[in-house]
Design a protein around this ligand. Structure first.
Ligand code: SAM
Length: 240
C-alpha cells in the first residue's frame, strides 16, 4: 500500500504518510504498527497543508489521542504539537548547517521561525540575541516552551506578521528566512534587516536552482527537497 512507504517515529508516536484518498483499511494497518512497536499513538499525515501556518492535516488512527512530542536534534530538545505547528524532520541538516556558522555575539533574525528550531540551535551556538518571528500563536507558545527546555534566554520570540513587524528588530548579522513560497518578498525584508558584511539564508521555491543561485549571487546553494514535478525547495546563502 502507498501509505506504508514512509513511517516516521517521533518520540512515542508514529506518523504514517497517507495519500489524499484512503479507506478504512488504514486503521487496521495503524493498529498493526501500534501493536508491533512501542508507540502509544499512530497518526496519518495527509499531503495538504494549511496556507499560512504551513501545518499538515493529520488523522488520528490508533492509540492515545496525543500529538505533543519531544523531538531531539543534535543534542537540542524541541517540545511541540505537530498538528498545531509546522514540523519537518527533513530540515534537521539545514538547522545544523546554518547554525554551525554562527559566531559568538551575533545578532540574528529568524523569520517564519515556527516552533523555534533555527532560533534555539543558533542561540545555543553563542548568538547574543535571536529574534524569532512567527504569525502562528502556537509557534510562539512552543518557542517559549523550547527556550525554557533548552535554557536559551537569548531568544526573543515575536508573535506577528514578519512583513509588518520586521522594523522592531533593528540591524542584524544574519537572517534566516524559511518561507520558500514567498521568497522574493522575504528577500526584500531580509536585505533591509541585514548589515553589510552579514548573510541571508533564503529558502526559495524554483525549477532552476542554479539560475536562481546566480541571480541572487549566492555563495552556496543546496536543494532541500523536491516540492512538485521539477520544482524544488532550495536554500541560498547570500552575503550582503
Ligand atoms: C516552513 S515553516 C517554518 C519552518 C521552521 N523555521 C523550521 O525550521 O521548522 C513557515 C512558518 O512561517 C510562518 N508564517 C507564514 N507566514 C508568515 C508571516 N507573514 N509572518 C510570520 N510568520 C509566518 C508559519 O506559521 C510557519 O510556522
Amino acid at each position: 500500500m502507498k501509505f506504508w512507504k514512509r513511517i516516521d517515529v517521533i518520540d512515542d508516536i508514529a506518523i504514517v504518510r497517507i495519500p489524499f484518498e484512503y479507506d478504512n483499511t488504514i486503521y487496521n494497518y495503524a493498529e498493526e504498527i501500534g501493536k508491533r512497536s512501542k508507540v502509544v499513538a499512530v497518526w496519518g499525515r495527509l499531503p495538504e497543508t494549511e496556507r499560512t501556518f504551513r501545518t499538515h492535516t493529520y488523522v488520528h488512527l490508533w492509540g492515545e489521542k496525543k500529538s505533543e512530542v519531544i523531538y531531539r536534534e543534535y543534542g537540542v530538545r524541541f517540545y511541540l504539537d505537530f498538528t498545531k505547528v509546522f514540523f519537518s524532520a527533513k530540515l534537521k541538516y539545514e538547522h545544523f548547517r546554518v547554525c554551525s556558522q554562527v559566531r559568538k555575539g551575533e545578532v540574528i533574525a529568524n523569520l517564519f521561525a515556527g516552533a523555534g528550531f533555527f532560533s534555539i540551535h543558533c542561540a545555543s551556538k553563542g548568538a547574543s540575541v535571536v529574534y524569532s518571528v512567527d504569525i502562528n500563536p502556537y509557534a510562539y507558545y512552543y518557542t517559549r516552551a523550547n527556550m525554557e527546555l533548552n535554557r536559551t534566554w537569548n531568544v526573543i520570540p515575536i508573535l506577528g506578521d514578519t512583513f509588518k513587524v520586521y522594523g522592531e528588530m533593528g540591524e542584524v548579522d544574519r537572517v534566516i528566512s524559511p518561507l520558500p513560497e514567498l521568497y522574493r518578498e522575504a528577500y526584500e525584508v531580509s536585505t533591509k534587516l541585514t548589515k553589510r558584511g552579514g548573510i541571508i539564508h533564503l529558502f526559495a521555491e524554483t525549477s532552476k536552482p542554479e539560475e536562481l543561485a546566480q541571480e541572487f549571487k549566492a555563495s552556496f546553494y543546496r536543494i532541500v527537497r523536491s516540492s512538485g514535478p521539477r520544482k524544488y525547495h532550495v536554500i541560498l546563502d547570500i552575503p550582503r
